[in-house]
Write a protein that binds this ligand. Structure first.
Ligand SMILES: [Mn+2]
Length: 346
């Protein structure tokens, strides 16, 4: 039997024993994280459970598309830590890495509750009793879709819409290199259930306020090119956030803009936080004959700074002042690109 199907069954058996599973995802949650939490809550409720979906951070303004669903409580706000005592299991979506679960790391490490992880990332160090891992899946929501279909669980309209959002956002609206026939097929089937793609698109991408566009203008003006224009580096400091009235969450997707330059193969965005390390995101283009002759693994680059992610999309948190971190990261990526270039020529 296909090991993935075995994993679906084993995780479903585990989940069936849980009356009040705690549903978690990563810090700085994205569309796939919220989508997984909303959809899993719906699916498990329909199985008779009473799941508690919790987010470490409030819904970012860029994801107001989720405001139409029952809210996901924020840990320490709507959901006090004591509420977690009533849970009898933990299901973690879209991450398996301790450094993305920091607000509950101590609690989770001390917990004896059964733990299920559903994820599509390569980087993973959190142990679990049941795992559904599909690194080839475009989104955790896509795994959730296949899991539900395999188990014969019906998708409610909210579950279907949440899954669509997760797939659509993780693939950059079906444009990134993870846009597989499988992702398109699932999206088509979900659309056939009554989820209108244009409704989702408008709610996702046409609801910004002016501050976000001003932030985009400010961040794009910081662009620096290195490594024979193959590397683009953007940065944003706290002064800029304050001036345009935007927050860290508003930087979402800005990192993709420099990839519109023909010569650029890697894009980096550095964001200064109010306190703590600089948040650094990495993106790389897929090789394409005549257009992109390099294949840069940004997950490996991020790992060199203690981060992780996917081959074409990764992130890290790096201690230090913004200009210093920028120099460090620029030099590191430039070296990787030059090494890849040298390897290609030899
Ligand atoms: Mn994801």
């Amino acid at each position: 039997m296909n090991p993935l199907l075995q994993a679906y069954d084993a995780a479903a058996d585990r989940a069936a024993t849980l009356h009040r599973p705690l549903l978690l995802s990563h810090t700085k949650p994205d569309g796939d994280a919220f989508g997984s939490l909303v959809a899993a809550r719906e699916l498990l409720r329909a199985r008779g459970a009473d799941p508690l979906a919790v987010s470490f951070d409030p819904l970012p303004r860029t994801y107001s598309v989720f405001a139409r669903f029952e809210p996901v409580g924020v840990l320490g706000r709507e959901v006090p830590l004591a509420d977690l005592d009533h849970c009898d299991g933990v299901i973690i979506f879209d991450t398996g890495a301790w450094n993305q679960l920091l607000p509950l790391e101590t609690w989770l490490r001390a917990s004896a509750l059964p733990r299920i992880i559903v994820d599509h990332h390569v980087t993973r160090d959190v142990p679990a009793d049941a795992l559904i891992i599909d690194e080839s899946a475009a989104a955790t929501c896509l795994i959730l879709y296949h899991w539900a279909v395999h188990q014969g669980w019906t998708l409610s309209p909210d579950a279907a819409a949440a899954i669509f959002i997760g797939i659509a956002t993780d693939t950059g609206w079906f444009a990134h290199s993870n846009t597989t026939p499988d992702a398109l097929d699932a999206a088509a089937r979900i659309a056939a259930l009554g989820v209108a793609p244009n409704d989702i698109y408008q709610r996702l991408y046409q609801t910004d306020d002016a501050a976000r566009l001003r932030l985009r203008a400010a961040v794009l003006s910081t662009i620096e090119l290195a490594a024979q224009d193959r590397l683009a580096v953007l940065s944003v400091d706290q002064e800029t956030f304050a001036r345009v009235g935007a927050t860290l969450a508003d930087t979402e997707n800005l990192i993709n803009d420099p990839l519109s330059i023909r010569s650029v193969v890697v894009s980096v965005l550095l964001a200064e936080q109010k306190s703590g390390p600089v948040r650094v995101s990495f993106r790389s283009k897929a090789p394409l004959p005549g257009l992109c002759d390099l294949d840069i693994d940004v997950a490996a680059a991020a790992a060199d700074f203690g981060g992780g992610g996917h081959r074409r999309a990764a992130g890290a948190r790096i201690e230090g002042a913004l200009p210093e971190v920028k120099r460090l990261v620029t030099a590191h990526l430039a070296r990787r690109i030059e090494n890849a270039e040298a390897g290609r020529r030899s």
